[in-house]
Design a protein. Sequence first.
Length: 209
Amino acid sequence: MGLLDSIIEGYTGLPLWAHRLAFGGCMLVVMALSLMPAEVPMPSTGWDKSNHFLAFFVLTLLGGVAYPGRTALVLTGLLAYGALIEVLQSFTPSRSAEWGDLLADAVGLLLGWMVLQLVRMQAQMVDLKRSDITQMVCPQCHNGTEMHYGKQDMTITHGAMARQVFAVSGWHCPVCKECVFDLGEGIRCVETLEAMILDSVPDKSLRSA
Ligand SMILES: [Zn+2]
């Protein structure tokens, strides 16, 4: 497991109130940094637009984790918050409201949202792997026949031809030989079948290279 995965898992493992506290705190910090006089030295990426981008990228990640399932609300809320910051900046003597800033906020929101989607998809895949199904009933037999999990050689037939595919991982039916494949295993059987179909074509010129 990489360092980033550890950080993500560690952070997402915190209770919800901690996420909301971090999100709210970060929102206040962004507001404070935005309204401070330009002369005050403050943490910066060196370019105003990338400051906006980074701030709203991080806010989106924190908000998405703090309010799971309410991503649309978090995104629209943060965009409104960005607009509010610009409006408030127009009242300060040394800062000003800019459409470009709001655009940089929006780009940060969008990228943050994409990262959230990716992390969620990955988490779902890990959940799938972890879900330990302990039994499965054959979908083809329809009579409650229990399938066995493991690796079994399978015989693929096409007309009079038959070929073996070795150690196919998944759930196997002892009665009808139906298989519920593990991820990526079905393709091996499909490839074998395809090869047999090609070999059965009598005219060799019809075979693809
Ligand atoms: Zn069966």
